[in-house]
Design a binder for this molecule. Structure first.
Ligand code: 4AD
Ligand code: MG
Length: 480
Protein backbone atom coordinates (compact mmCIF):
# COMPACT_ATOMS: atom_id res chain seq x y z
CA UNK A 1 0.00 0.00 0.00
CA UNK A 2 1.21 3.53 -0.81
CA UNK A 3 1.91 5.04 2.61
CA UNK A 4 1.91 8.79 2.17
CA UNK A 5 1.89 12.00 4.20
CA UNK A 6 -0.95 14.49 3.85
CA UNK A 7 1.49 17.06 2.48
CA UNK A 8 2.45 14.71 -0.32
CA UNK A 9 -1.02 13.36 -1.05
CA UNK A 10 -2.29 16.90 -1.58
CA UNK A 11 0.52 17.49 -4.07
CA UNK A 12 -0.05 14.16 -5.76
CA UNK A 13 -1.72 13.89 -9.12
CA UNK A 14 -2.40 10.15 -8.79
CA UNK A 15 -6.17 10.33 -8.83
CA UNK A 16 -8.14 7.10 -8.42
CA UNK A 17 -5.15 5.47 -6.73
CA UNK A 18 -5.34 3.86 -3.29
CA UNK A 19 -3.29 5.40 -0.48
CA UNK A 20 -2.70 4.71 3.18
CA UNK A 21 -2.78 7.83 5.36
CA UNK A 22 -2.35 8.18 9.13
CA UNK A 23 -3.08 11.16 11.34
CA UNK A 24 -5.21 12.67 14.07
CA UNK A 25 -8.87 13.51 13.69
CA UNK A 26 -9.27 17.28 13.79
CA UNK A 27 -12.98 17.25 13.26
CA UNK A 28 -15.80 15.02 12.05
CA UNK A 29 -19.34 15.30 10.86
CA UNK A 30 -21.50 12.20 10.75
CA UNK A 31 -24.94 11.74 9.30
CA UNK A 32 -26.88 8.61 8.41
CA UNK A 33 -25.51 8.29 4.91
CA UNK A 34 -22.17 10.01 4.96
CA UNK A 35 -19.41 11.10 7.29
CA UNK A 36 -16.63 13.63 6.79
CA UNK A 37 -13.42 13.33 8.78
CA UNK A 38 -10.83 16.10 8.76
CA UNK A 39 -7.51 14.33 9.19
CA UNK A 40 -4.21 16.05 9.95
CA UNK A 41 -0.73 14.62 10.39
CA UNK A 42 1.20 17.87 10.95
CA UNK A 43 3.09 17.55 7.67
CA UNK A 44 1.32 20.66 6.40
CA UNK A 45 -1.41 23.03 7.49
CA UNK A 46 -4.17 21.45 5.37
CA UNK A 47 -6.37 18.64 6.58
CA UNK A 48 -7.22 15.77 4.30
CA UNK A 49 -10.96 15.28 4.02
CA UNK A 50 -11.96 11.64 4.36
CA UNK A 51 -15.33 10.66 2.94
CA UNK A 52 -17.06 7.70 4.52
CA UNK A 53 -20.06 6.24 2.70
CA UNK A 54 -19.78 2.51 3.39
CA UNK A 55 -22.43 1.61 5.97
CA UNK A 56 -20.18 -0.61 8.12
CA UNK A 57 -17.53 2.06 8.22
CA UNK A 58 -20.14 4.65 9.11
CA UNK A 59 -21.09 2.71 12.22
CA UNK A 60 -17.44 2.41 13.15
CA UNK A 61 -16.83 6.13 12.69
CA UNK A 62 -19.86 6.98 14.73
CA UNK A 63 -18.87 4.70 17.62
CA UNK A 64 -15.08 4.77 17.74
CA UNK A 65 -13.60 7.74 16.02
CA UNK A 66 -13.55 10.78 18.25
CA UNK A 67 -11.77 14.09 17.81
CA UNK A 68 -8.13 13.69 18.75
CA UNK A 69 -8.04 9.96 17.98
CA UNK A 70 -5.30 8.69 15.73
CA UNK A 71 -6.40 6.61 12.77
CA UNK A 72 -5.13 4.98 9.63
CA UNK A 73 -7.25 5.23 6.51
CA UNK A 74 -6.89 3.33 3.29
CA UNK A 75 -8.83 4.86 0.48
CA UNK A 76 -9.05 6.17 -3.03
CA UNK A 77 -7.93 9.68 -3.88
CA UNK A 78 -10.46 11.67 -5.86
CA UNK A 79 -10.96 15.24 -7.01
CA UNK A 80 -13.04 17.06 -4.43
CA UNK A 81 -16.41 18.47 -5.28
CA UNK A 82 -16.15 20.97 -2.43
CA UNK A 83 -14.46 24.37 -2.65
CA UNK A 84 -12.45 24.00 0.55
CA UNK A 85 -10.04 21.37 -0.78
CA UNK A 86 -8.84 20.04 -4.11
CA UNK A 87 -8.63 16.34 -3.18
CA UNK A 88 -10.31 13.98 -0.79
CA UNK A 89 -10.05 10.34 0.11
CA UNK A 90 -12.93 7.88 -0.18
CA UNK A 91 -12.38 5.51 2.74
CA UNK A 92 -12.22 1.77 2.10
CA UNK A 93 -10.76 0.80 5.47
CA UNK A 94 -10.40 2.73 8.70
CA UNK A 95 -8.25 1.53 11.57
CA UNK A 96 -8.38 3.14 14.99
CA UNK A 97 -4.81 3.46 16.27
CA UNK A 98 -5.25 5.40 19.50
CA UNK A 99 -8.54 6.47 21.01
CA UNK A 100 -8.99 9.91 22.60
CA UNK A 101 -11.80 10.15 25.13
CA UNK A 102 -13.86 13.14 23.99
CA UNK A 103 -14.91 13.81 27.59
CA UNK A 104 -11.28 14.33 28.56
CA UNK A 105 -9.28 15.35 25.48
CA UNK A 106 -8.37 19.03 26.06
CA UNK A 107 -7.94 20.13 22.44
CA UNK A 108 -11.41 20.58 20.99
CA UNK A 109 -12.30 22.16 17.64
CA UNK A 110 -12.99 25.56 19.18
CA UNK A 111 -10.92 28.56 20.12
CA UNK A 112 -8.57 27.93 23.02
CA UNK A 113 -6.62 30.74 24.67
CA UNK A 114 -2.86 30.74 24.16
CA UNK A 115 -2.46 30.53 27.91
CA UNK A 116 -4.57 27.37 28.05
CA UNK A 117 -2.47 25.88 25.26
CA UNK A 118 0.76 26.83 27.08
CA UNK A 119 -0.47 24.75 29.99
CA UNK A 120 -1.10 21.96 27.52
CA UNK A 121 2.21 22.35 25.68
CA UNK A 122 2.43 18.58 25.34
CA UNK A 123 -0.65 18.60 23.11
CA UNK A 124 -0.50 22.02 21.48
CA UNK A 125 1.49 20.64 18.51
CA UNK A 126 -1.84 19.26 17.32
CA UNK A 127 -3.42 22.67 16.88
CA UNK A 128 -3.32 24.62 13.65
CA UNK A 129 -1.58 27.60 15.20
CA UNK A 130 1.20 25.70 16.93
CA UNK A 131 1.86 23.24 14.14
CA UNK A 132 2.25 26.26 11.84
CA UNK A 133 4.59 28.00 14.28
CA UNK A 134 6.82 24.97 14.63
CA UNK A 135 6.95 24.33 10.90
CA UNK A 136 8.06 27.95 10.46
CA UNK A 137 10.57 27.56 13.27
CA UNK A 138 12.06 24.62 11.40
CA UNK A 139 12.07 26.56 8.14
CA UNK A 140 13.88 29.51 9.70
CA UNK A 141 16.48 27.27 11.25
CA UNK A 142 17.05 25.53 7.92
CA UNK A 143 17.26 28.86 6.08
CA UNK A 144 19.82 30.17 8.59
CA UNK A 145 22.11 27.20 7.97
CA UNK A 146 21.54 27.46 4.23
CA UNK A 147 22.40 31.16 4.20
CA UNK A 148 25.67 30.62 6.02
CA UNK A 149 26.60 27.60 3.97
CA UNK A 150 25.92 29.51 0.74
CA UNK A 151 28.19 32.26 2.03
CA UNK A 152 31.05 29.91 2.97
CA UNK A 153 30.71 30.13 6.73
CA UNK A 154 31.65 27.20 8.95
CA UNK A 155 29.29 26.06 11.69
CA UNK A 156 31.07 25.92 15.05
CA UNK A 157 29.71 24.35 18.24
CA UNK A 158 30.72 26.33 21.30
CA UNK A 159 30.52 24.98 24.86
CA UNK A 160 27.30 25.01 26.83
CA UNK A 161 29.05 24.57 30.17
CA UNK A 162 31.62 27.28 30.68
CA UNK A 163 33.77 28.83 33.37
CA UNK A 164 33.82 32.25 31.71
CA UNK A 165 31.30 34.64 33.20
CA UNK A 166 32.87 37.79 31.86
CA UNK A 167 30.46 38.60 29.08
CA UNK A 168 28.16 40.45 31.41
CA UNK A 169 25.16 39.50 29.27
CA UNK A 170 23.08 38.46 32.24
CA UNK A 171 22.85 36.37 35.37
CA UNK A 172 24.12 32.84 34.87
CA UNK A 173 22.81 29.47 35.98
CA UNK A 174 25.38 27.55 37.99
CA UNK A 175 26.41 24.04 37.07
CA UNK A 176 27.71 21.78 39.80
CA UNK A 177 27.95 18.13 40.77
CA UNK A 178 28.41 18.99 44.44
CA UNK A 179 25.77 17.95 46.93
CA UNK A 180 24.19 21.33 47.54
CA UNK A 181 22.95 20.26 50.96
CA UNK A 182 26.51 19.46 52.02
CA UNK A 183 28.74 21.96 50.27
CA UNK A 184 32.48 21.75 50.92
CA UNK A 185 33.75 25.05 52.29
CA UNK A 186 37.12 26.80 52.22
CA UNK A 187 38.81 28.26 55.35
CA UNK A 188 37.01 31.49 54.59
CA UNK A 189 33.65 29.76 54.61
CA UNK A 190 33.10 30.07 50.84
CA UNK A 191 32.14 27.17 48.59
CA UNK A 192 35.24 25.20 47.68
CA UNK A 193 34.88 24.80 43.95
CA UNK A 194 38.25 23.00 43.83
CA UNK A 195 36.21 20.02 44.96
CA UNK A 196 33.62 20.47 42.23
CA UNK A 197 33.52 18.51 38.97
CA UNK A 198 35.67 20.94 36.97
CA UNK A 199 37.74 22.09 39.99
CA UNK A 200 36.35 25.50 39.20
CA UNK A 201 33.02 27.27 39.31
CA UNK A 202 30.99 26.48 36.17
CA UNK A 203 27.93 28.02 34.53
CA UNK A 204 25.60 27.57 31.60
CA UNK A 205 26.72 29.83 28.78
CA UNK A 206 25.02 33.15 28.04
CA UNK A 207 26.60 33.36 24.58
CA UNK A 208 29.00 31.48 22.32
CA UNK A 209 30.62 34.66 21.12
CA UNK A 210 33.98 34.60 22.89
CA UNK A 211 34.72 31.10 21.63
CA UNK A 212 33.32 31.92 18.17
CA UNK A 213 35.83 34.78 18.00
CA UNK A 214 38.67 32.32 18.60
CA UNK A 215 37.41 30.18 15.73
CA UNK A 216 36.94 33.17 13.40
CA UNK A 217 40.56 34.16 14.04
CA UNK A 218 41.62 31.07 12.14
CA UNK A 219 38.67 30.02 9.99
CA UNK A 220 37.72 33.62 9.06
CA UNK A 221 33.95 33.09 8.74
CA UNK A 222 32.13 31.04 11.36
CA UNK A 223 28.78 30.94 13.14
CA UNK A 224 27.31 29.26 16.16
CA UNK A 225 23.65 28.32 16.55
CA UNK A 226 22.94 26.91 19.95
CA UNK A 227 21.08 27.24 23.22
CA UNK A 228 22.01 30.00 25.67
CA UNK A 229 20.81 30.57 29.21
CA UNK A 230 20.10 33.65 31.27
CA UNK A 231 18.88 33.58 34.84
CA UNK A 232 17.62 37.15 34.93
CA UNK A 233 14.16 37.44 36.36
CA UNK A 234 12.60 39.09 33.32
CA UNK A 235 9.02 38.05 33.03
CA UNK A 236 8.35 39.71 29.68
CA UNK A 237 6.91 38.67 26.35
CA UNK A 238 10.38 38.86 24.79
CA UNK A 239 12.60 37.06 27.33
CA UNK A 240 13.24 33.39 27.97
CA UNK A 241 15.63 31.80 30.45
CA UNK A 242 16.65 29.32 27.74
CA UNK A 243 16.80 30.60 24.19
CA UNK A 244 18.66 29.87 20.97
CA UNK A 245 21.07 32.29 19.44
CA UNK A 246 22.74 32.55 16.05
CA UNK A 247 26.16 34.16 16.36
CA UNK A 248 28.30 34.74 13.27
CA UNK A 249 31.83 36.04 13.71
CA UNK A 250 33.91 37.31 10.80
CA UNK A 251 37.60 38.19 10.55
CA UNK A 252 38.74 41.16 8.44
CA UNK A 253 35.34 42.74 8.88
CA UNK A 254 34.23 46.09 10.31
CA UNK A 255 30.92 47.26 11.71
CA UNK A 256 29.53 48.16 8.30
CA UNK A 257 30.34 44.71 6.91
CA UNK A 258 28.63 43.39 10.04
CA UNK A 259 25.46 45.40 9.37
CA UNK A 260 25.45 44.19 5.76
CA UNK A 261 25.77 40.58 6.88
CA UNK A 262 22.96 40.92 9.44
CA UNK A 263 20.71 42.65 6.92
CA UNK A 264 21.31 40.01 4.23
CA UNK A 265 20.66 37.19 6.71
CA UNK A 266 17.35 38.68 7.87
CA UNK A 267 16.19 39.32 4.32
CA UNK A 268 17.23 35.85 3.19
CA UNK A 269 15.33 33.97 5.88
CA UNK A 270 12.24 36.19 5.48
CA UNK A 271 12.23 35.49 1.74
CA UNK A 272 12.73 31.78 2.34
CA UNK A 273 9.61 31.44 4.48
CA UNK A 274 7.48 33.52 2.14
CA UNK A 275 8.58 31.39 -0.80
CA UNK A 276 8.23 28.03 0.92
CA UNK A 277 5.70 28.34 3.75
CA UNK A 278 3.14 30.78 2.42
CA UNK A 279 0.16 28.66 3.60
CA UNK A 280 1.35 28.73 7.21
CA UNK A 281 2.25 32.43 7.05
CA UNK A 282 -1.10 33.35 5.53
CA UNK A 283 -2.91 31.43 8.26
CA UNK A 284 -0.83 33.15 10.97
CA UNK A 285 -1.36 36.53 9.32
CA UNK A 286 -5.16 36.06 9.47
CA UNK A 287 -4.88 34.79 13.04
CA UNK A 288 -2.98 37.90 14.06
CA UNK A 289 -5.45 40.22 12.39
CA UNK A 290 -8.30 38.56 14.29
CA UNK A 291 -6.36 38.71 17.56
CA UNK A 292 -5.65 42.41 17.15
CA UNK A 293 -9.31 43.25 16.72
CA UNK A 294 -9.69 42.93 20.46
CA UNK A 295 -6.99 45.50 21.29
CA UNK A 296 -6.96 49.31 21.09
CA UNK A 297 -6.66 50.70 17.56
CA UNK A 298 -3.44 52.59 18.29
CA UNK A 299 -1.77 49.38 19.55
CA UNK A 300 -2.57 47.40 16.40
CA UNK A 301 0.11 46.74 13.79
CA UNK A 302 0.11 49.15 10.87
CA UNK A 303 0.52 46.29 8.38
CA UNK A 304 -0.65 42.71 8.28
CA UNK A 305 1.91 39.98 8.90
CA UNK A 306 2.50 39.19 5.23
CA UNK A 307 3.23 42.83 4.42
CA UNK A 308 5.38 43.21 7.53
CA UNK A 309 7.60 40.35 6.36
CA UNK A 310 7.62 41.60 2.77
CA UNK A 311 8.68 45.03 4.03
CA UNK A 312 11.83 43.52 5.59
CA UNK A 313 12.76 42.07 2.21
CA UNK A 314 12.08 45.24 0.22
CA UNK A 315 13.31 48.06 2.42
CA UNK A 316 16.73 49.52 3.20
CA UNK A 317 17.12 49.55 6.98
CA UNK A 318 17.61 52.95 8.63
CA UNK A 319 21.02 53.36 10.30
CA UNK A 320 21.46 56.03 13.00
CA UNK A 321 23.87 56.61 15.87
CA UNK A 322 22.90 56.25 19.49
CA UNK A 323 23.32 60.00 19.90
CA UNK A 324 20.89 60.70 17.04
CA UNK A 325 18.41 58.20 18.44
CA UNK A 326 18.76 59.75 21.88
CA UNK A 327 17.96 63.22 20.51
CA UNK A 328 14.91 61.97 18.62
CA UNK A 329 13.58 60.25 21.73
CA UNK A 330 14.38 63.12 24.06
CA UNK A 331 12.67 65.68 21.81
CA UNK A 332 9.69 63.48 20.98
CA UNK A 333 6.22 64.63 21.98
CA UNK A 334 5.78 61.34 23.80
CA UNK A 335 8.78 62.06 26.02
CA UNK A 336 7.79 65.68 26.60
CA UNK A 337 4.32 64.58 27.63
CA UNK A 338 5.93 62.07 29.99
CA UNK A 339 4.32 59.15 28.21
CA UNK A 340 7.36 56.86 28.36
CA UNK A 341 7.51 54.64 31.40
CA UNK A 342 11.27 55.37 31.42
CA UNK A 343 11.78 59.06 30.56
CA UNK A 344 14.64 59.95 28.19
CA UNK A 345 16.68 62.67 29.87
CA UNK A 346 20.36 61.95 30.02
CA UNK A 347 22.76 60.83 27.31
CA UNK A 348 24.09 57.46 28.36
CA UNK A 349 20.86 55.75 29.38
CA UNK A 350 20.16 52.30 28.03
CA UNK A 351 17.15 52.26 25.69
CA UNK A 352 14.16 50.25 26.83
CA UNK A 353 11.94 48.25 24.57
CA UNK A 354 9.36 51.09 24.56
CA UNK A 355 12.03 53.46 23.16
CA UNK A 356 13.17 50.97 20.55
CA UNK A 357 9.63 50.36 19.40
CA UNK A 358 8.92 54.09 19.26
CA UNK A 359 11.83 54.56 16.85
CA UNK A 360 10.85 51.63 14.64
CA UNK A 361 7.06 51.91 14.72
CA UNK A 362 6.40 55.64 15.09
CA UNK A 363 9.46 57.63 14.03
CA UNK A 364 10.81 55.68 11.04
CA UNK A 365 8.24 53.03 10.24
CA UNK A 366 11.20 50.92 9.21
CA UNK A 367 13.76 48.56 10.77
CA UNK A 368 16.40 50.62 12.56
CA UNK A 369 20.09 49.91 13.10
CA UNK A 370 21.58 51.86 15.99
CA UNK A 371 25.37 52.16 16.13
CA UNK A 372 27.95 53.79 18.39
CA UNK A 373 26.45 53.22 21.82
CA UNK A 374 27.95 54.71 25.02
CA UNK A 375 30.72 52.37 26.17
CA UNK A 376 29.37 52.18 29.71
CA UNK A 377 26.21 50.33 28.71
CA UNK A 378 27.97 47.81 26.47
CA UNK A 379 30.29 44.81 26.93
CA UNK A 380 34.06 45.06 27.35
CA UNK A 381 34.88 43.54 23.96
CA UNK A 382 33.37 46.23 21.77
CA UNK A 383 35.81 48.41 19.82
CA UNK A 384 36.31 51.87 21.29
CA UNK A 385 35.64 54.83 18.99
CA UNK A 386 37.98 57.84 18.64
CA UNK A 387 35.70 59.92 20.88
CA UNK A 388 36.63 57.65 23.79
CA UNK A 389 32.98 57.63 24.83
CA UNK A 390 31.23 55.33 22.41
CA UNK A 391 31.86 51.85 21.02
CA UNK A 392 31.30 50.21 17.63
CA UNK A 393 28.15 48.44 18.74
CA UNK A 394 25.18 47.80 16.50
CA UNK A 395 21.69 46.77 17.52
CA UNK A 396 18.98 46.00 15.00
CA UNK A 397 15.43 46.84 16.00
CA UNK A 398 12.26 45.40 14.45
CA UNK A 399 8.61 46.37 14.75
CA UNK A 400 6.69 44.55 17.45
CA UNK A 401 9.93 43.14 18.89
CA UNK A 402 12.45 45.89 19.58
CA UNK A 403 16.01 44.49 19.66
CA UNK A 404 16.31 41.40 17.47
CA UNK A 405 20.09 41.57 16.95
CA UNK A 406 22.91 42.82 19.15
CA UNK A 407 26.48 42.91 17.87
CA UNK A 408 29.63 44.92 17.35
CA UNK A 409 33.03 45.30 15.85
CA UNK A 410 35.38 43.73 18.41
CA UNK A 411 38.30 45.39 20.13
CA UNK A 412 41.28 43.84 18.36
CA UNK A 413 43.94 46.17 19.85
CA UNK A 414 45.63 44.49 22.79
CA UNK A 415 46.28 47.63 24.86
CA UNK A 416 42.74 48.95 24.44
CA UNK A 417 41.27 45.58 25.32
CA UNK A 418 43.33 45.22 28.47
CA UNK A 419 42.52 48.76 29.57
CA UNK A 420 38.79 48.19 29.13
CA UNK A 421 38.94 44.92 31.04
CA UNK A 422 40.69 46.67 33.91
CA UNK A 423 38.07 49.42 33.98
CA UNK A 424 35.33 46.82 34.12
CA UNK A 425 37.09 44.66 36.74
CA UNK A 426 37.39 41.65 34.46
CA UNK A 427 40.33 39.53 35.60
CA UNK A 428 42.82 38.91 32.80
CA UNK A 429 43.63 35.46 34.08
CA UNK A 430 40.05 34.32 33.43
CA UNK A 431 40.29 35.27 29.77
CA UNK A 432 43.98 34.72 29.03
CA UNK A 433 43.08 32.74 25.91
CA UNK A 434 40.88 35.52 24.57
CA UNK A 435 43.63 38.08 25.15
CA UNK A 436 46.24 35.90 23.43
CA UNK A 437 44.38 36.09 20.12
CA UNK A 438 45.17 39.83 20.22
CA UNK A 439 48.85 39.07 20.86
CA UNK A 440 49.35 36.85 17.83
CA UNK A 441 48.17 37.96 14.41
CA UNK A 442 45.24 40.04 15.60
CA UNK A 443 42.78 41.35 12.99
CA UNK A 444 39.73 43.62 12.93
CA UNK A 445 36.67 41.43 13.26
CA UNK A 446 32.96 41.67 13.93
CA UNK A 447 29.96 39.63 14.81
CA UNK A 448 26.48 39.66 16.24
CA UNK A 449 23.85 37.62 18.02
CA UNK A 450 20.42 37.05 16.53
CA UNK A 451 17.88 35.84 19.09
CA UNK A 452 16.28 32.91 17.29
CA UNK A 453 12.98 33.03 19.20
CA UNK A 454 12.67 36.77 18.57
CA UNK A 455 13.12 36.01 14.87
CA UNK A 456 10.46 33.29 15.01
CA UNK A 457 8.23 35.69 16.93
CA UNK A 458 8.61 38.36 14.29
CA UNK A 459 7.94 35.99 11.38
CA UNK A 460 4.96 34.24 12.98
CA UNK A 461 3.50 37.43 14.46
CA UNK A 462 3.09 35.82 17.88
CA UNK A 463 2.98 38.40 20.64
CA UNK A 464 4.51 36.18 23.33
CA UNK A 465 7.93 34.55 22.99
CA UNK A 466 6.68 31.62 25.09
CA UNK A 467 4.62 30.51 22.12
CA UNK A 468 7.46 30.13 19.63
CA UNK A 469 9.65 27.61 21.46
CA UNK A 470 8.16 24.15 22.08
CA UNK A 471 8.83 24.05 25.83
CA UNK A 472 9.56 27.52 27.20
CA UNK A 473 11.63 28.10 30.32
CA UNK A 474 10.94 31.22 32.34
CA UNK A 475 10.72 32.05 36.04
CA UNK A 476 8.78 29.28 37.85
CA UNK A 477 8.22 27.34 34.64
CA UNK A 478 10.08 24.09 33.95
CA UNK A 479 7.17 21.76 33.17
CA UNK A 480 7.62 19.34 30.28
O1 4AD B 1 22.42 41.49 22.88
P1 4AD B 1 22.84 40.17 23.41
O2 4AD B 1 22.90 39.98 24.87
O3 4AD B 1 24.25 39.89 22.74
C1 4AD B 1 25.12 38.89 22.99
O4 4AD B 1 24.90 37.95 23.71
C2 4AD B 1 26.36 38.95 22.15
N1 4AD B 1 27.34 38.06 22.73
C3 4AD B 1 26.01 38.58 20.73
C4 4AD B 1 27.18 38.64 19.79
O5 4AD B 1 27.64 39.71 19.49
N2 4AD B 1 27.66 37.50 19.33
O6 4AD B 1 21.90 39.04 22.81
C5 4AD B 1 21.74 38.90 21.41
C6 4AD B 1 20.30 38.70 21.03
C7 4AD B 1 19.40 39.87 21.39
O7 4AD B 1 19.46 40.88 20.41
C8 4AD B 1 18.03 39.20 21.45
O8 4AD B 1 17.52 39.02 20.15
C9 4AD B 1 18.38 37.83 22.00
O9 4AD B 1 19.75 37.60 21.75
N3 4AD B 1 18.14 37.73 23.45
C10 4AD B 1 17.13 37.03 24.01
N4 4AD B 1 16.14 36.32 23.45
C11 4AD B 1 15.27 35.71 24.30
N5 4AD B 1 15.35 35.77 25.64
C12 4AD B 1 16.34 36.47 26.24
N6 4AD B 1 16.43 36.50 27.58
C13 4AD B 1 17.29 37.15 25.41
N7 4AD B 1 18.37 37.91 25.65
C14 4AD B 1 18.87 38.25 24.45
MG1 MG C 1 21.72 43.34 23.44
Amino acid sequence: MNKISIQNILKSSSLNTDFSVSGWVRNKRVSKKIAFIMLNDGSCIQDLQIIVEDSNLLVQVFKQISIGSSINVIGKLIQSAGKEQSFELIAKEIKLIGYADPEKYPIQPKKHTLDFLRKNAHLRFRTKTFSSIFRIRHALSFAVHQFFNNNNFYYINTPIITSADAEGAGEMFKVTSLDINKLPLTDKGLVDYEKDFFSKQANLTVSGQLEAELAALGLSKVYTFGPTFRAENSNTSRHLAEFWMIEPEVAFSDIYDNIDLATSLLKYVAKYVLENYIDDITFLSDRKEKEEQSIKKEDRSSKNLLDTIQHIIDTDFTTITYTEAFKILKNSKKNKKNKFQFPVNEWGIDFQSEHERFLVEKEFNNPVVIIDYPKDIKAFYMRLNEDNKTVRAMDILFSGIGEIIGGSQREERLDFLKKRMQEMYIPEKELWWYIETRCYGTVPHSGFGLGFERLVQFITGMSNIRDVIPFPRYPSQIEF
